[in-house]
Design a protein around this ligand. Structure first.
Ligand SMILES: CC(=O)SCCNC(=O)CCNC(=O)[C@H](O)C(C)(C)COP(=O)(O)OP(=O)(O)OC[C@H]1O[C@@H](n2cnc3c(N)ncnc32)[C@H](O)[C@@H]1OP(=O)(O)O
Ligand SMILES: O=C(O)CCC(=O)C(=O)O
Length: 376
């Protein structure tokens, strides 16, 4: 299979930091950028320099850190924003403007044509300064596609290297994003970036569907953090690229590490059931599952834990079966008779049904009791 032709632009340090209440320190930003670079992400969006003097300083520090990744930052279609980006020595500036009539009406109080003309002048201004330019359509998903095609085509004529489609309010489904990406690339076969928000829980699905339809640059954030319900998750997108897209150049074994790093720095912990990085992503309790996993883990694990730096974990509780119990007991040095196993299993289920978690200590005291003949 021919691997999908894509690159990743991780926007944790910009859109991820727009998660309400989140602000990364310079050290945190530098550490996250370095780990993204080691994972093999091609572009790191380091921030939005006009936000503050400290933000500008962080973007410049990351741009000058000698990473293999290209460093990018955000700018409105305004000269001071682009000048601030140029001061930071970034490789790429992402010049965005909102393209939907709804946004244009409320935010700019100008016609579509006037807003586009102003933005094109800014694309040319940035390109003339020797920096790569991404020309980004905010709220693209609610924009007239004919206007997007005009914007992209004219943007490239004026010096843009990449064009971007943002599902800013996360309103598309995978079928819809497939249709629009196919239509845009059919009319303007340009390097298209895709930036999906998660308001309907579809950001990752939309991002990988766009990639399958030919989009080139995929925007992600670690743990899917970001505005409102967040963005497409880096760890999920990379897992799909590996398992479905034939892309094997990223170091997925660092995903749990970067997830923990971003969780600590952001204060936003991934939920237990989160794919790839959640505490339960590779945990099993059901007896039927564990009995099969003991023969072959692929029976109940599509993503191998070792692929993404994770570890399989067996939890004992209400749903435990005999084979799982015997396996765990053996790992703790106990060989159980049939009678002993039956008794311990009953105790495990009762404790769990009474909301007492069956920790290693609890289990070991049951195992000892069984061996000491307390079996009824
Ligand atoms: C979809 C996205 O994620 S876009 C990025 C969102 N990120 C942020 O907003 C980052 C944090 N923001 C900030 O720190 C501040 O809002 C700043 C520094 C960017 C701007 O602050 P202020 O100058 O005080 O403007 P304020 O935030 O009140 O309003 C935004 C202004 O930017 C204008 N604007 C918004 N987007 C664009 C654009 N792409 N191109 C040109 N102008 C724009 C708005 O029309 C508005 O202009 P107005 O003041 O003339 O009405
Ligand atoms: O498309 C981009 O590169 C950025 C736009 C963005 O952040 C958004 O619309 O949510």
């Amino acid at each position: 299979m021919k691997p999908w032709n894509i690159e990743i632009c991780d926007v944790t340090l910009r859109d991820g930091e727009q998660t309400p209440g989140v602000s990364f320190t310079r050290d945190e930003k530098m550490t996250i950028a370095a780990l993204l670079d080691e994972i093999g992400v091609e572009v790191i969006e380091a921030g939005f320099p006009v936000v503050s003097a400290a933000e500008k300083e962080c973007v410049a520090a990351i741009a000058r850190a000698g990473l293999s990744a290209r460093v990018c930052c955000l700018a409105r279609a305004l000269k001071p924003d682009i000048e601030a980006a140029l001061d930071c020595d970034v490789d790429m500036v992402s010049i965005f403007f909102a393209t939907s009539d709804l946004h244009i009406r409320h935010k700019y109080r100008k016609s579509r044509e006037e807003v586009l003309e102003d933005a094109l002048d800014m694309v040319e201004f940035a390109a003339d300064h020797g920096v790569q330019v991404r020309f980004a359509a905010e709220d693209a998903s609610r924009t007239d596609p004919a206007f997007l095609i005009e914007m992209y085509t004219r943007g490239v004529e004026r010096g843009a290297n990449l064009v971007s489609f943002a599902d800013t309010v996360g309103c598309l489904t995978p079928l819809e994003i497939h249709a629009v990406v196919t239509r845009l690339l059919g009319a303007a076969p340009l390097p298209l970036c895709i930036h999906c928000h998660n308001d309907l829980g579809l950001a990752t699905a939309n991002t990988v569907t766009a990639a399958a339809a030919g989009a080139f640059q995929l925007h992600t954030t670690v743990n899917g953090i970001g505005e409102r319900a967040g963005n497409a998750a880096l760890e999920q997108v990379l897992a799909v690229l590996r398992l479905k897209g034939g892309v094997d150049r990223y170091d997925l074994t660092r995903l749990q590490e970067i997830s923990r790093l971003v969780a600590r720095a952001s204060g936003v912990a991934p939920e237990r059931t989160r794919p790839i990085v959640g505490e339960n992503a590779f945990a099993h309790e059901s007896g039927i599952h564990i009995a099969a996993i003991l023969c072959d883990p692929t029976t109940y694990e599509y993503v191998p834990p070792e692929l993404v730096g994770g570890e399989r974990r067996f939890v004992l509780g209400k749903h435990t079966g005999r084979r799982a119990l015997e396996h765990v007991a053996k790992a703790y040095g106990f060989d159980l008779s049939e009678e002993e196993a039956r008794w311990v299993l009953e105790q495990v289920k009762q404790k769990s049904e009474g909301k007492c978690s069956v920790t290693r200590e609890v289990l070991c005291s049951l195992l000892r009791a069984a061996k000491e003949g307390i079996v009824q």
